[in-house]
Design a protein around this ligand. Structure first.
Ligand SMILES: [Zn+2]
Length: 344
């Protein structure tokens, strides 16, 4: 096989995203300063997701997909929650990403935080979307916000549909019991986001999704993903989808804990995204820098894509998207962000 030019790579994969969080930037400060992940969830994310409607979901996904493309990321594994706009939410996200030209795997994060009926409707949205041919997984928010019956129902639905489950696992101390709660349910095609508070020998099969920057932002500690026997892939947890930057942060976080670490480990985690979205490996990104090599990229901020082909179609040319107008997307997303913030 002929070697690819040194300034090209396949399309990068963001293995854990929350596209709806694109509208959170600049939101009003919570009533009091959260001092734990639990309080950050309660006072920021669970207030924000409850205020989302389908129009906001659509434009947050358009903005998130645009930002992914502008960073050379051609595939997003999204995890979505909008308890007051559940039905149709996954289609709104999938359609927005398709318009921009970015691949997406959708999941609705099922939870019992809004009662049994909320959990039932979340499961139904996963099922509706996947049975209609949508690409994705069954989503679960986290073991600590679900009853055992809900976890079993989500696992059963995923097995019936031949897909995995995308779930937050032991991101913070509140979910430290996740390995016990998910034991016997998890399978190798599950995606386990975070794993910060998992034991080294936690016993869950599946891919660990490492979100180095988000974990720093939430002060939950270093996940040390290299200690697991599971494959590891990289996500942004909703802070954009610049995966070269997430690779870089993952490397520095690892290096801070172990000065013998090399960028090749974090780069291999980035490459594991292609196990989750194999088609992205055939996408082609031409970059502003060469060589696109881990030892160079760890120490070269600001590398950006010049051109991108997804499925053979040019979706970015001269650094600009071909299918959509970025100025319009940013304006419409800002308008929806103002509507959303006014509800908080
Ligand atoms: Zn997350």
């Amino acid at each position: 096989m002929m070697a690819a030019p040194a300034n090209t790579t396949p399309g990068l994969v963001c293995a854990h995203h929350h596209l709806y969080s694109a509208l959170a930037r600049g939101m009003p400060a919570p009533p009091r300063t959260p001092n734990s992940l639990r309080e950050i969830l309660e006072q920021v994310w669970w207030r924000l997701d409850a205020a989302l409607d389908l129009e906001m979901i659509r434009w947050s996904a358009m903005l998130g997909a645009l930002e992914a493309l502008e960073a050379g990321t051609t595939a997003i594994v999204d995890h979505h929650e909008s308890p007051n706009a559940i039905e149709g939410s996954l289609s709104a996200i999938a359609e927005a990403c398709a318009e921009v030209g970015v691949r997406v795997l959708c999941a609705y994060g099922v939870t019992d935080r809004h009662g049994r009926d909320g959990a039932r409707r979340g499961l139904a949205e996963n099922e509706r979307f996947l049975r209609a041919g949508g690409r994705g997984l069954v989503g679960v928010h986290a073991a600590f916000t679900c009853e055992p019956e809900t976890l079993a129902a989500a696992a059963g639905l995923a097995a019936d549909l031949g897909v995995g489950v995308h779930v937050h696992v032991a991101e913070g101390p509140d979910d430290a019991g996740a390995a016990r709660r998910l034991a016997g349910l998890a399978r190798p095609d599950w995606l386990l986001a975070h794993g910060v508070h998992l034991a080294d020998d936690h016993g869950l099969p599946g891919t660990i999704l490492h979100n180095a920057r988000s974990n720093m932002n939430n002060g939950v500690g270093y996940a040390r993903p290299g200690r697991f026997s599971n494959p590891v892939a990289l996500g942004s947890d909703g802070i954009g989808a610049n995966m070269v930057e997430e690779f870089r942060l993952s490397y520095f976080k690892q290096r801070e804990a172990d000065v013998t670490a090399t960028p090749e480990t974090a780069w291999s985690w980035l490459e594991n995204g292609w196990r989750l979205v194999p088609e992205a490996r055939a996408d082609r990104v031409t970059w502003s820098y060469e060589p696109m090599d881990p030892w160079h990229l760890a120490f070269t901020p600001g590398v950006r894509p010049l051109a991108i082909e997804v499925g053979g179609e040019t979706v970015l040319r001269d650094g600009r998207p071909t299918r959509v107008d970025p100025v319009e997307i940013r304006a419409r997303a800002a308008e929806q962000a103002r509507r959303l913030h006014a509800r908080l």
